[in-house]
Design a protein around this ligand. Sequence first.
Ligand code: C5P
Length: 407
Amino acid sequence: MNDLAGKHIVLGLTGGIACYKAAELCRGLVKQGATVQVVMTQASEQFITPVTMQALSNRPVFTSQWDAREPNNMPHINLSREADAILIAPCSADFMARLVQGRSDELLSLLCLARPIASVRLLIAPAMNREMWAHPATQRNMAQLAADGATLLGVGSGLQACGETGDGRMLEPQELLEDVIAFFQPKLLAGRKVVVTAGPTFEALDPIRGITNHSSGKMGFAIARAAREAGADVVVIAGPVRLATPRGVRRVDVTSARQMLAATEAETPQADVFVATAAVADWRPATESGQKIKKDGSGQPPALSFTENPDILATVARSERAQRGALFCVGFAAESHDLVDNARAKRERKGVPLLVGNIGPSTFGQDDNQLLLVDAQGVVELPRASKLALARQLVAEIARRARPAGT
Ligand code: C5P
């Protein structure tokens, strides 16, 4: 919960009903350790008061370029120089047009223009009615802002305050917060494609029952998020789990091991990195009954027989691209004892360059974990931390070992 520690963010509000979400966003930024300086346009004050934003940011809000509180009377210079980033949320259609033109007749657009463009990035969270959003003028302005170096955070879709339904809503505060956190992460995997398997598989016995493994999917989802934060194009192939898909990650839902293998084999031929965190069921029932298997009154349980499932990781690791190092494969081992020995043996058996061990029962369903990285050089321990913090460290370790994109 301290992903923005040491960061100073200018949060700019412009005129739009989504200003109500800016209050929650401000609180989220502060909770993550950022200091937040709110700057509001006159129009935004029609929707939310500076009092609210001051209370949430714990700093007086700036609303005018003539603010005499600054000794040199240059808030546009002072505020933009101390910022790590300027985030405009909500950014109205009008404010986008003003930015495109380089207008500077009020404080917020003035400080955007005055910012040191190479070091203080401008993040934009548009918010407007769907027709305004779809209008060629807005789309043209978006393209120009991107060409001028701004980062466009996209919009949400759905019911709008005006009663219409479509694209143009401001993203939810939690989504924007994830985007801002991602923005500050080093882009160690920019331009790479990463495929992650996550969660358990479920192998049906009949329409009602099946066998499965313990796995919340949290570690795999954290790795998918961390890889995305590092700039990768990420696909998570998920068994049955109840987890929100990380921002910007494509998700393919599967149930059984065979479905997971098919999805993995469809995605990995274009990938640079494959991380197998899924807890795949080793066996599946040899036959799947089309109807519920009933008790027959004899007191005897049904005779069940099993077939071994394909080993997804070993299959991918044997592929031609993995063998010549174009696809870097990472395996996981959840053990209950002798972690180092088991992890070493598993690395050899699966034929992967990097194997990550963890003690299964002490991590199932938890938000934190402890990892052991085993490669040809030896063993490195990543001490107990949140799964997301560990995932970021693991991504850095993978980036160091995997071949640069396109080689
Ligand atoms: O053999 P074991 O299940 O302990 O190996 C664990 C590693 O292999 C994990 O990375 C897991 O995702 C992967 N695995 C797999 N397909 C299987 C079994 C395991 O990809 N059928």
